[in-house]
Design a protein around this ligand. Structure first.
Ligand code: COA
Length: 374
């Protein structure tokens, strides 16, 4: 058996940014238009008027201040309210592959690796822009990587489940070095017309290089162990899919074809699930939560992370022990914990322990226990 290690990470950040103030202005303009268009049924009490959104609520409820997106103009146009992406021909790289490529090249550079050193690509994300061929195989081809590639989707936990899959293959010897990429165009499935969730997501791509520890060329993180768990829940759901046109009203502009969640329930159910998951993972390793120098948690909600951190460490975590990036990126689904890791891990000392943990729809939760080596 070989020991796997993370030797490089990379983040692709879209140039376009939407602040809460811009988002709220567009949403409120949309709400006013809808209320004007439906003035009669609203006056007759047959319909509820749309309520305005507020920057203060968004920051207080989530900790999110802005988000990066692949297209801002469509999202902020009250007549559109979703991103507008150009049509690409089948002969040019798809948008997910393009985003992933940027992150992958950064991760390879940090690892001191070139594509010919890699023999597995996993594209692990919440949504794939098409059914087939796999986005991962397109990325493999664009980079000139030999070996094999496949897509996987475990919603917000995709990155950690992908890291576990790659790490297990490296352990067993079936692959020598792997690239796990997480291109997340969350703006595509977010319902920008629903004030309960319109502020939640942003777009980003992350990439992680995992290889045998003896092959590491620079500072790296030994993967001590991984742990994944799932438990079915309808509290985060999206009904879009390939059977859509087969169903009687499947092609209608239906709310359930975009991201839906019962945020309060998710909050209440996922915090204990994740806290116990991390505690069990640490116990299985003969360690206490307090042994962790850093936690890179899924980036959905600041208060949620504060509570999980407190339960795991047994005290209030200092901000640097549990870095948040959601104020800048919002929730970027599976990529969030990897952005936090990529941007806040260089300073750890030899032997320090850290844990990446993602969680979300499914429900799903995945944790990766790491030890720093310089
Ligand atoms: N602006 C102003 N008010 C808003 C609003 C907005 N954009 N959105 C909702 N509100 C209102 C609600 O209508 C509600 O009003 P009421 O009390 O009169 O009914 C009130 O604010 C509270 O709404 P609620 O949805 O209960 O807020 P919350 O404190 O639970 O925060 C989330 C909402 C989504 C930020 C929070 O529940 C959360 O982050 N949950 C976890 C989500 C998660 O991890 N998901 C994983 C996704 S991958």
């Amino acid at each position: 058996m070989y020991t796997p290690a993370i030797t490089g990470t990379g983040v692709f950040t879209p140039d376009e940014v939407i602040t809460n103030a811009e988002l709220v202005e567009a949403f409120n303009a949309y709400a006013d238009r809808m209320n004007a268009a439906n003035a009669a049924p609203i006056a007759a009490g047959e319909m509820e008027p749309m309520q305005h959104s507020s920057d203060a609520f968004i920051v207080k409820a989530s900790g999110i201040e802005r988000r990066h997106v692949m297209n801002k103009s469509g999202i902020l146009d009250p007549e559109v309210m979703h991103p507008l992406l150009r049509q690409r021909s089948d002969d040019e790289p798809g948008i997910m592959a393009e985003m992933a490529l940027d992150a992958a090249n950064k991760a390879l550079e940090q690892a001191g690796r070139s594509p010919e050193d890699i023999d597995l690509v996993i594209c692990a994300a919440s949504n794939m822009e098409r059914a087939y061929p796999a986005i991962a195989i397109e990325i493999q081809s664009l980079l000139g990587i030999k070996g094999f590639a496949f897509d996987m989707n475990v919603a917000c936990s995709s990155a950690t489940f992908g890291i576990q899959a790659a790490a297990d293959m490296i352990r067993s010897g079936s692959v020598r070095a792997a690239l796990v990429v997480n291109p997340e165009i969350c703006s595509g499935h977010l319902e920008w017309r629903d004030r309960d969730c319109h502020f939640i997501f942003g777009d980003v791509a992350t990439a992680t290089v995992i290889e045998r520890i003896e092959d590491a060329k620079g500072p790296h993180f030994e993967i001590l162990s991984t742990r994944c768990a799932t438990q079915f829940s309808n509290n985060i759901r999206n009904n879009n899919g390939f059977l859509r046109r087969s169903r009687p009203d499947g092609m209608k502009d239906r709310r359930d074809m975009q991201f839906m969640q019962n945020g309060r329930k998710v909050f209440k159910e996922v915090v204990p699930m994740v806290s116990h998951h991390i505690a069990d993972h640490m116990t299985a390793e003969g360690l206490e939560g307090a042994a962790l120098k850093r936690m890179w948690l899924h980036q959905a909600n600041k208060t949620m992370n504060d509570l999980i951190g407190k339960k795991v460490l047994g005290r209030e975590p200092a901000p640097e022990e549990q870095p948040n990036i959601l104020q800048e990126y919002a929730n970027t689904s599976s990529a969030g914990s990897i952005i936090a890791f990529s941007q806040n891990s260089d300073d750890l000392a030899e032997g320090d322990l850290g844990l990446i943990c993602s969680f979300g729809a499914g429900y799903s939760v995945g944790s990766v226990l790491l030890r720093r080596h310089l």
